[in-house]
Design a protein around this ligand. Structure first.
Ligand code: CAA
Length: 378
């Protein structure tokens, strides 16, 4: 077991850092203010191999594991959590198709998604079904060789920009076993989106409601079997929670670095404020929280890469890393004082971005439910 990245992993981290700092870094503050998402950046991420890290090379990915994927997402998030989320969410359909898709679906969809030429999205939540995902009401009715989908979805990350959306819809009775997963292509007739939500943070990552009105898909667009959709969604979210954890770790690192840099140079009462124990200990606590979270994320990714169960560890990593990011970013604003509360410094954006991490891909209350259910089973 090694706690350090291998030389190859370090090279991937370094390449990601240089790319994101140069290409995305200069845009972050203005795009956050203007709520601007640049889809045209996604193929650029793709050229670096960053949009399909865990997808087999045969299907256009890098063929690496979640250990590498988590490192990449963490590095993107140090600069831009919004693009870390864009890459991670576009990864969800890929992970689903790579595991449950037919050969035809893989051949048709994966190379474009893994290369970043296409953007993927994931549609599970609905206005009346968030944490209780199994109560979703969107329907898919089969007519011969087609399914017709009707319903409303919520919180669809970059929905109107997506070329491929995995939509969970009900083909059977109530509950988890009545749900199936479908490929719906962006621009499908009957598919429409509401206005971008006016969010507190992650403002360069657009979030939309989605309506499906008699959207027709081919029977071949069913992913896996009828009734398997909930398991597919849960398995995807297990993996997704590793990448949300990694995003939160990147955010914490950025906030902790900004706070430390400020505290080393800002002088009050004749010395650097980091030399006052009240501030120095806050900086130490940020380092402890960030490092502990990174280790949990790495462990969950490693378990997945070994083919071992990782549901509980992914929930722990997501929960711990996002709670840590909220604390670390809030303390970073505190260390910078009045300056930290202004848009002149990036820490106020980081604090706003951190909040949603405690909510997306399963609230931290749901993560605790997943963890406690595992423990209860013994
Ligand atoms: N992997 C595989 N299968 C799983 C699973 C997992 N991690 N967790 C549950 N299942 C299976 C169970 O084995 C069970 O299958 P059987 O019926 O065959 O026994 C079935 O799913 C139902 O399981 P539960 O009884 O545990 O289901 P539940 O209704 O109690 O719900 C829950 C469990 C953990 C609360 C789940 O509903 C959940 O995770 N909720 C949060 C949803 C969430 O994270 N939403 C965010 C979506 S992200 C988004 O929409 C934004 C975006 O852009 C990405």
């Amino acid at each position: 077991m090694s706690f350090l990245p291998s030389p190859d992993q370090q090279a991937l981290v370094d390449a990601t850092r240089s790319f994101v700092q140069a290409e995305v870094g200069p845009l972050v503050a203005d795009d956050d203010r203007d709520e601007r998402f640049r889809k045209e950046l996604i193929p650029r991420f793709g050229e670096m191999g960053l949009t399909g890290v865990p997808i087999p090379e045969k299907w256009g990915g890098l063929g690496l594991g979640y250990s590498e994927y988590a490192l990449v997402i963490e590095e993107i998030a140090r600069v831009s959590p919004a693009y870390a989320i864009a890459v991670a969410v576009s990864g969800l359909p890929q992970v689903i198709l790579a595991r449950y898709g037919s050969d035809g679906q893989k051949r048709r969809l994966l190379p474009e998604l893994a290369s970043g030429r296409h953007l993927g999205a994931f549609a599970l939540s609905e206005p009346g079904s968030g944490s209780d995902a199994a109560s979703l009401r969107t329907t898919a009715v089969r007519y011969g060789d087609r399914y017709v989908l009707n319903g409303g979805k919520m919180w669809i990350t970059h929905g109107p920009y997506a070329d491929v959306i995995i939509v969970m819809a009900r083909t059977g009775g109530n509950g988890a076993r009545g749900i199936s997963a479908f490929v719906v292509e962006g621009g499908a007739k009957g598919l429409s989106f509401g206005r971008a939500e006016d969010k507190m943070g992650l403002r360069s990552s657009p979030t939309h409601a989605m309506t499906l009105e008699d959207v027709e898909v081919a029977a071949d667009d069913l992913v896996g079997r009828e009734g398997q959709g909930f398991t597919i969604a849960m398995a995807a979210l297990d993996s997704g929670r590793i990448t949300i954890g990694a995003t939160a770790v990147g955010l914490s690192r950025a906030a902790a670095d900004a706070a430390a840099a400020y505290a080393r140079t800002r002088e009050q009462f004749g010395k650097a404020i980091i030399d006052f124990q009240g501030v120095g200990f806050m900086i130490a606590d940020m380092a402890i929280a960030t490092e502990s979270a990174a280790l949990l994320v790495r462990k969950a990714a490693w378990l997945k890469d070994q083919g071992l169960p990782f549901t509980q560890e992914a929930a722990m990593a997501k929960c711990a890393a996002t709670d840590a990011a909220m604390r670390v970013t809030t303390d970073a604003v505190q260390v910078l004082g009045g300056y930290g509360y202004t848009r002149e410094y990036p820490v106020e954006r980081m604090m706003r971005d951190a909040k949603v991490m405690q909510i997306v891909e399963g609230t931290n209350q749901i993560q605790r439910l997943v963890i406690s259910r595992h423990i209860a089973r013994g």
